[in-house]
Design a protein around this ligand. Sequence first.
Ligand code: AMP
Ligand code: ZN
Length: 476
Amino acid sequence: MALRIYNTLTGSADELVPGGIKKEKIGDYPPVTIYSCGPTVYGYAHIGNFRTFVFNDFLRRYLKFRGFRVDHAMNITDVDDKTIAGAVTESISLKEYTERYTAIFQEDLTALNIEPVEHTPKATESIGAMIEIIDLLVKKGYAYAMEGSLYFPVDRFKSYGRLSRLNSREIKSGLRYDTDEYAKDDVRDFVLWKAPKENEIYWDTPVGKGRPGWHIECSAMIRKIFKTTIDIHTGGVDLIFPHHENEIAQSEAAYGEQFVRHWIHVEHLLVNGSKMSKSLGNFYTLRDLLAKGYSARSIRFLLVSAHYRKQFNFTIDGISQADQALERFDNLLIRLKEIKKEGAPNPHVPNLIDSIFADFTGAVDDDLNISRGMGMVFEFIHAVNTMINDEKLTRMDADSIMLALKKIDAVLGFIFSEGSEKPGIDAAWVESMIAERLAARNSKDYGRADAIRRILLEKGIILEDTREDTRWKIRN
Ligand code: AMP
Ligand code: ZN
């Protein structure tokens, strides 16, 4: 079965065909070229932003799971009105200001187990590429100057509005046009290069003094990195218009070839029915949630598990439910590790593993339906737990199931929490402490038993007493 993903440009779930030419085998395709609009680094990104960034990560991981190679870029917008204003308020250089928030953003990505991508270009380091495209637009008559700024004349680009399916009347109605405060011929026109304002950073270039408009950054970086048509461009749905519409107009007008084959847009994360956004003030940053004691792993679970084309209502209660779901993984891993039964593998296990791979792939190949995919994973867990209850698994079976879970976790990134793999915790020592605690309890030395529980807790080890025995796990 082929991987099909909804393409905003065509309005249908299109098969992913990297390079645009169909091949017999996935391994024969060139790497999938992907560009994701990155953050503007003027503050902490919020959980809504991270819905989109976690989705980008899930997408690239799933493509790799399916055997594709990926070549992925995500930009850092480190010059725009907001970053400049922030640096001015704090009386520090723009570089100092944006480097601080870029580092914070990278830390948040790591906490959410988001893989590094192949390219993270910064706008301020890509000015040359922007000048190249603007220069081409000027030469081809796709740019006009006004009060020292350069604009793109939208009416000259005939297919403008194709991605967003907005007609010229809707765009001109004034409700939905670019909010740049600059003077221009037509409200739809957008700025390519902004005239310098007093005391603001500017570059002295062949197209004049100034700084880039936001849209040109992405077009220029894509050209600089990938040279030609790319396979996938992602971003939140709020970027379809005008940002992505403008990227298409500039790039296709300048280079005369298709810009992007497959446009993938992530629906909004909502809070009480409204989009989570900085301007509405209804946002949580990752750090807000970590400070409240929630784990990045649970937040990743929550963000990955919701289908990307459905709006997702964020609640604190949802994080607690995610915690419970993750405990099912933790408990299963503990149980699998404990299996000691020797002997031949159970002949049903390979079938069970084959079918979870087939079911998971079948679900996610259908427009990345991870919600259905997660349902399959939980059914698998249930089946494995039943086999453990019935003592039907040997050590070899447990190892093959563990390996299957690792392969699925290469996509999900939350089954094996870092803690459960954490080096430096000596399982034999933990077991001996548990044995000592049991002995202390048996001799009614509850003081010592509690002390042992505390010693383990300090090392991040949580004990769970069941009727039969005591289990332990590592706190996330
Ligand atoms: P920004 O830093 O505002 O340019 O946003 C970075 C990314 O987050 C973009 O792809 C936005 O579309 C996306 N985004 C912003 N708010 C939300 C939200 N509430 N839900 C999902 N994605 C969002
Ligand atoms: Zn962009």
